[in-house]
Design a protein around this ligand. Structure first.
Ligand SMILES: O=C(O)c1ccc[n+]([C@@H]2O[C@H](COP(=O)([O-])O)[C@@H](O)[C@H]2O)c1
Ligand SMILES: Cc1cc2nc[nH]c2cc1C
Length: 319
């Protein structure tokens, strides 16, 4: 497993200290440059290739009436991604990321977690493998996103199973749930938590699903093996990746959270994870599909452009 290269990070910190700016004046852009230096293992990190992976899946728990949009929208949005008409297509174009959408058995939803396990152990392994296989080994940064009608309910269950608390602590409006839908969501998550008591990563994914969540876990692990830093998207993507901390509390050390979503559970999740760098952006976005990670990539590129391109005081002969 790749490790944070402290020597490269230290060299990047030393470089930040001599660039032509008051110390610390680029704020968290400086932290981002040092983070990338450590995980890429070079004083001057770079992003020549950014890969964005969006995993899509369908969920049996939609039978509980927990989502305002019908499950068919997952496949329709997958087609929209392929045709270039979604927000993520526009954002990847301006952020210069290679977008790949990976639909995962959309015509075979996972089982309803209120009545039994969402997935078998084999299905979990297969979805994790799909995620791992999709990672471009030559990427300098990996953006992760998801699409799946009903998956804000799955995310709430995964977060509650991982960090504790009640259903009401983790549910939110998702794509725009009414009060009645919210009540059904709380009930579905509560019943799921009463039915399943998983204690590890794969068991938690098997209990609640879904395929896109397992794929995100597989991609995060593969990126770690390859030494590729990861930009997570919003609530649903973060909740999926967070399941990895059940097996290894440091599993997300190479991850940044692209943005803090408007979905209320995201703040709680961010606090529970306590990653060293806070979410890059907070724009009240709540779309999913990797959109917040793609906007955050533009900030990350800004951080690296300053780190790499600025003159040092010695070079500029200032002050
Ligand atoms: O990740 C987020 O922060 C986020 C917040 C709200 C909604 N979403 C997206 O909305 C879908 C899930 O919402 P729902 O209402 O169908 O459970 C799924 O496709 C997600 O990508 C995503
Ligand atoms: C239209 C639509 C687009 C999305 N993108 C990610 N999740 C989504 C959910 C819906 C409903």
């Amino acid at each position: 497993m790749s490790r944070f290269d402290e020597a490269a990070a230290q060299a990047a910190r030393a470089r930040q200290a001599v660039l032509t700016k008051p110390a610390g004046s680029l704020g968290r852009l400086e932290d981002l440059a040092v983070f990338m230096a450590g995980w890429q293992g070079r004083e001057r990190p770079r992003i020549d290739r950014a890969q964005a992976l969006v995993f899509a899946g369908n969920h049996g728990v939609v039978a509980q009436g927990v989502n305002p949009f019908p499950a068919e929208v997952t496949a329709l949005m997958a087609q929209n991604f392929a045709a270039g008409g979604a927000a993520i297509n526009q954002l990847c174009r301006v952020a210069d990321a290679d977008l790949r959408v990976v639909p995962l058995d959309l015509d075979r939803p996972t089982a309803d977690f209120t009545t039994g396990p969402a997935m078998s152990a084999e299905e979990v392994v297969s979805a994790m493998q799909s995620g791992a296989d999709a990672v471009d080994p030559d990427a300098d940064v990996l953006l992760l996103g998801e699409m799946g009608i009903g998956n804000s309910t799955v995310a709430a269950a995964l977060a509650a199973a991982t960090f504790g608390g009640q259903a009401g602590d983790w549910i939110g409006p998702g794509t725009g749930a009414s009060a009645e839908i919210m009540a059904r969501k709380a009930d579905a998550v509560s019943r799921g938590l009463a039915l399943h008591a998983p204690s590890d990563t794969r068991g938690t994914l098997a209990a609640f699903g879904g395929r896109e969540q397992a794929a995100i876990c597989g991609a995060v692990m593969r990126a770690r093996d390859l030494g590729i830093p990861v930009l997570l998207d919003g609530f649903i993507c973060t909740a999926a990746a967070a399941v990895l901390t059940r097996d290894d509390p440091a599993a997300l050390a190479h991850c940044l959270i692209g943005h803090e979503s408007a979905e209320p559970g995201h703040r709680r999740l961010i606090e529970a994870l306590a990653l060293p760098i806070p979410p890059i952006l907070s724009l009240e976005m709540r779309l999913g599909e990797g959109s917040g990670a793609a906007v955050a990539l533009m900030v990350l590129r800004s951080a690296l452009a300053c780190h790499d391109g600025m003159a040092t005081f010695a070079e500029a002969v200032i002050g």
